[in-house]
Design a protein around this ligand. Structure first.
Ligand code: C2E
Ligand code: MG
Ligand code: MG
Length: 721
C-alpha cells in the first residue's frame, strides 16, 4: 500500500490493488532491478514484461494495466514510440520512462509527447514515489473526468427536461401564469394569446388584478393575501372572469401555488382553465330551472326560493314588509277549451308581457302554473301599495288581447297577502294569497281581496269539512229545518221553507252557509239537494195527512245553480216527488239569479218544463245578484223573494225603500207572488204590507226549526184560526 495520507486515501479507492504493471524492457537484469525497487515497498503489484514492440502491442490488447514502465532504448523502437503505442491502445494510464540516460532534448521531447514522468535507472529508489504520484495523478484525472461526465450528463438531462417542460407549457391548453404576490405578471404562457387575445409579452409587468372582473377582484385579492404567508401551499382561486383583449369576459377556474421562495419562479404560479363554455351551459341550465319556458318569466321554484328569502329577511327585520299578489285569470279555461291550447298559450305569453308593465323595480313576477301568476312585491310600506299594483293590473287588462284576429277580453282575480310574523314558509303565504284570490272570485271576479286571518280560519275549517262532508249523507247527519212563510195580513202559516242543517255527532249544528259553498265546489250539493227535496216532500205529505187543511200550502226547497248542469234534472225532480206521494203543485223550488248566468236556454227549458208540471218556481234573494229586471218576464217564475238586506234597511233610506216598492209593483204587474225574507221587526211587516207584499218569513215569526217544533207551530196555528 502507498503511505496513507488524506489525499491518497480518497484516491486509493480509484486504484485497484494489486496494480498490474507492464514493463517494456529488453534487459532481464533491469527488469529485476525495477521489480526489486518496488518489492521493497508495501505496494501490491503484478507485472508483465514486453521485450519487443510486437509483444508490447499484444499485451496492451490482451490486458488492462495500471501503468507502463518503459526503457527509452528498445530493440527496434524507442520510448517515444512506446508512448505512441500506448496512446493508440486507448488505455489511459501513466507512462513512466525508466532509462539509463536521457539527453535533455529527448527528455523535453518526451514530456511534450505526454509521458507522465521519467527516471534514470541509477535512481530506481525513487520509482515507488514516482509511480505512486503518477497513479494518483491519473486516478485524480479519472475521477475528475467521471465527475465532468456526470455533470455533462446531468446538464443534458436538465436541458432535456427544461425543453420538455417548456414545450409542455408553450403548448398547454390551460393558461399558466406567474404573478408576483402584489399581482404583477412575471410570466404568461403563450396560450394567453389564444384564450384572451393578448400578446403574452405585452402583459409582463402589468397588473393581474386589473384584468379581473370587478365583482371577483376582492375575493382573489383576499386569497393572494392569505397565500402570501404560506409558501409552497396551493389554493384554489375559484371561478372568476377575466377581460379579453376584445373587452369580452372569459370565465376561468384556477389554482395558485405560492413559489415565492423558489428562485426560479419567485412568485405565485397560477394554473387557469377556461370554463366559459361549461359555465354558460351551467348558467343556461340554472336559467331553465328557474324560468317558465312558455312565458320566460320566473317559475314556481324561483318564486318559492325568493319568497323564502323574503320571509327570512322579514323575520330578521320586522319593519321590511312585502306582499304577494296571487293572480288567477277569469274564464281562461273557456278560452283554452274553445280556441285551442295554442291560442291559450299565446294568450298566456301576451299576458306575461302585459303583466310585466305592472312590475315595479326589484319585484318578482312569476308564472305559478296554468293561468296563475304571482307578484312578489318587495319593500311595501302599507297594504295600499299592493292594492295600487292590483289596480294597475286590472287597468292593463282592460284593453283586449288580439288572438287569431279576434279581440279577447280577459280579467283576473287577485288575492293579496301581506308579510306577517306568523309566516315561516312560502306555502303558508301562498295558501293565504290563494284563499284571498278565491274570495275575489266569489265576489264576482275581476277584482282583488286582501287576505285576512278569518279567511285562513275558514280555509282550515273547510279542509276538515270536506272530508267529513263526504260521509255526512251516508251517516244520516243531515237534518232538515223548516221556517214558516206567513201571510202578512193574517199572520197565518202559508208555507214552509226547507233549510238544511248538518249535525255531525258530538258537534253543534253547522249552518248551511258554512258548508253549502264547499258542497257546491265539490259537487256534493247535488246529492244534498235531492235528499232535502225528498225529505221535505215527505214531510209536507205527512203534515197534509196530520193537519189536513191546516197543513202548509207548499214547501219551498232550495236548488243549487249547480243542478242545472244536469240535463235530466227535471226528470229526477219529478221522480223524487212521485216517490213521496206529494202532489207536484205543493212544491216550490227556490232558485237564485246566478242560474241565469248559465246557458240561459237550457235553464229556461228546464224551468218551463217544471212549471208545466205544476211545480212552482221562486226567485230567491232577489236584489243581491245581477238583478236584471228582464229576467222577471223572460223566465217562468211564480214567486219572487226579496232579499233580507232590503227588508233590514227598510225606512233607512228613500233609495232602498224605492227599490222595495218598485220590485213590489213589478211583481204585481207580472202576477208574481211576493215574499219578503228576514222580517225581524213589527214595523217591517207594516211597511211591507203597504208596499203590496203578501207573504213574509223571518225570526219575527219563527227561526228555522226542526220538524217536531214545526208540527207544534201548526198545532197552534190550527187553534188560532
Ligand atoms: P235562503 O234560501 O235565502 O234562506 C234564508 C236564510 O235566511 C236562512 O238561512 C234563514 O235561517 C235566514 N233567515 C230567516 N229569517 C231570518 C231573519 O229574520 N233574519 C236573518 N238574519 N236571517 C234569517 P240559513 O238556513 O242559514 O240558510 C242560508 C242559505 O243556505 C239559504 O239562503 C240557502 O241559500 C242555502 N240553503 C239552505 N238549505 C239549502 C239546501 O237544502 N240546498 C241549497 N242548495 N241551499 C240551501
Ligand atoms: Mg231560500
Ligand atoms: Mg233567501
Amino acid at each position: 500500500m502507498f503511505p496513507k495520507d488524506s489525499k491518497s486515501t480518497s484516491l486509493n479507492s480509484e486504484i485497484n490493488f494489486p496494480i498490474n504493471l507492464l514493463l517494456v524492457e529488453d534487459v532481464p537484469e533491469d527488469v529485476e532491478l525495477i521489480v526489486l525497487s518496488l518489492a521493497n515497498t508495501d505496494l501490491q503489484f503484478t507485472y508483465d514484461v514486453a521485450e519487443t514492440a510486437i509483444i508490447y502491442q499484444e499485451k496492451l490488447q490482451e490486458n488492462t494495466y495500471d501503468a507502463v514502465l518503459a526503457d527509452y532504448r528498445l530493440p527496434g523502437f524507442n520510448g517515444l514510440q512506446a508512448l505512441e503505442i500506448l496512446q493508440q491502445s486507448g488505455q489511459k494510464i501513466p507512462f513512466i520512462l525508466v532509462t539509463g540516460s536521457l539527453g535533455e532534448e529527448a527528455a523535453v521531447e518526451c514530456i511534450k509527447a505526454g509521458i507522465t514522468d521519467y527516471l534514470l535507472k541509477d535512481r530506481l529508489f525513487r520509482l515507488p514515489n514516482i509511480l505512486q504520484r503518477s497513479l494518483e495523478e491519473f486516478a485524480l484525472r479519472r475521477q475528475q473526468q467521471k465527475a465532468l461526465l456526470e455533470q455533462q450528463k446531468a446538464e443534458k438531462a436538465l436541458r432535456e427536461s427544461e425543453k420538455r417542460f417548456r414545450s409542455l407549457i408553450e403548448n398547454a391548453i390551460d393558461i399558466i401564469l406567474i404573478v408576483s404576490s402584489d399581482g404583477q405578471f412575471i410570466y404568461l404562457s403563450p396560450s394567453v394569446k389564444r384564450i384572451l387575445g393578448y400578446d403574452p409579452d405585452s402583459l409582463k409587468g402589468q397588473g393581474f388584478f386589473d384584468l379581473i372582473h370587478p365583482q371577483d377582484q376582492q375575493s382573489i385579492k383576499a386569497i393572494f393575501k392569505r397565500m402570501k404567508q404560506k409558501v409552497n401551499t396551493s389554493k384554489p382561486l375559484g371561478e372568476f372572469q377575466i377581460r379579453t383583449q376584445n373587452n369580452t369576459w372569459v370565465m376561468l377556474e384556477a389554482i395558485a401555488k405560492n413559489l415565492e421562495n423558489d428562485s426560479a419562479v419567485a412568485g405565485f404560479v397560477i394554473n387557469c382553465h377556461d370554463i366559459t363554455e361549461r359555465h354558460q351551459t351551467a348558467q343556461q341550465l340554472r336559467y331553465d330551472a328557474y324560468h317558465d319556458t312558455l312565458t320566460d318569466l320566473a317559475n314556481r321554484w324561483a318564486l318559492l326560493e325568493q319568497l323564502q328569502q323574503a320571509i327570512d329577511h322579514n323575520q330578521r327585520r320586522r319593519k321590511d314588509h312585502f306582499a304577494l299578489l296571487f293572480l288567477d285569470l277569469d274564464r281562461f279555461k273557456v278560452i283554452n277549451d274553445s280556441l285551442g291550447h295554442l291560442t291559450g298559450d299565446k294568450l298566456l305569453q301576451d299576458m306575461a308581457k302585459r303583466l310585466q308593465q305592472c312590475h315595479r323595480e326589484g319585484d318578482l313576477l312569476a308564472r305559478f302554473g296554468g293561468d296563475e301568476f304571482v307578484f312578489l312585491l318587495r319593500d311595501i310600506r302599507e297594504p295600499e301599495e299592493a292594492v295600487v299594483v292590483a289596480q294597475r293590473i286590472h287597468k292593463v287588462l282592460k284593453a283586449p288581447f288580439i288572438l287569431n284576429n279576434r279581440e279577447i277580453f280577459i280579467s283576473a282575480s287577485i288575492g293579496i297577502a301581506i308579510s306577517a310574523d306568523y309566516y315561516d314558509s312560502p306555502e303558508q303565504m301562498l295558501r293565504d294569497a290563494d284563499a284571498a284570490m278565491y274570495r275575489a272570485k266569489e265576489k264576482g271576479k275581476a277584482c282583488h281581496e286582501i287576505f285576512t286571518p278569518t279567511m285562513h280560519l275558514s280555509a282550515l275549517k273547510e279542509l276538515h269539512l270536506e272530508s267529513d262532508l263526504r260521509q255526512a249523507i251516508q251517516r244520516q247527519e243531515l237534518v232538515v229545518y223548516y221556517q214558516p212563510i206567513v201571510c202578512l195580513k193574517t199572520q197565518k202559516i202559508v208555507g214552509a221553507e226547507a233549510l238544511v242543517r248538518w249535525h255531525p255527532p258530538g258537534k253543534s249544528l253547522i249552518p248551511p252557509n258554512d258548508f253549502i259553498p264547499l258542497a257546491e265546489e265539490t259537487g256534493f250539493i247535488i246529492e244534498i239537494d235531492r235528499w232535502v227535496l225528498q225529505y221535505a216532500c215527505q214531510q209536507l205529505y205527512q203534515w197534509q195527512q196530520d193537519f189536513k187543511e191546516f197543513a202548509p200550502q207548499f214547501v219551498s226547497v232550495n236548488l243549487s245553480p249547480k243542478q242545472f248542469s244536469d240535463p235530466y234534472l227535471k226528470d229526477k225532480i219529478v221522480d223524487i216527488v212521485a216517490t213521496t206521494g206529494l202532489g207536484r203543485e205543493y212544491l216550490k223550488l227556490e232558485i237564485t239569479e246566478t242560474v241565469f248566468l248559465k246557458n240561459s236556454h237550457d235553464v229556461l227549458d228546464i224551468l218551463s218544463q217544471l212549471q208545466q208540471l205544476n211545480i212552482q218556481i221562486c226567485l230567491d234573494d232577489f236584489g243581491t245578484g245581477y238583478s236584471s229586471l228582464s229576467y222577471l218576464h223572460q223566465f217562468p217564475l211564480n214567486s219572487l223573494k226579496i232579499d233580507r238586506s232590503f227588508v233590514r234597511h227598510l225606512g233607512e233610506t228613500n233609495k232602498k225603500d224605492a227599490i222595495v216598492r218598485i220590485v213590489g209593483r213589478l211583481a204585481q204587474e207580472l202576477e208574481l207572488e211576493l215574499i219578503a225574507e228576514g222580517i225581524e221587526e213589527n214595523y217591517q211587516i207594516e211597511a211591507l204590507k203597504n208596499l203590496g207584499y203578501q207573504w213574509g218569513q223571518g225570526y219575527h215569526f219563527s227561526p228555522p226549526i226542526d220538524q217536531q217544533a214545526f208540527s207544534l207551530l201548526l198545532e197552534k196555528n190550527k187553534i188560532n184560526v
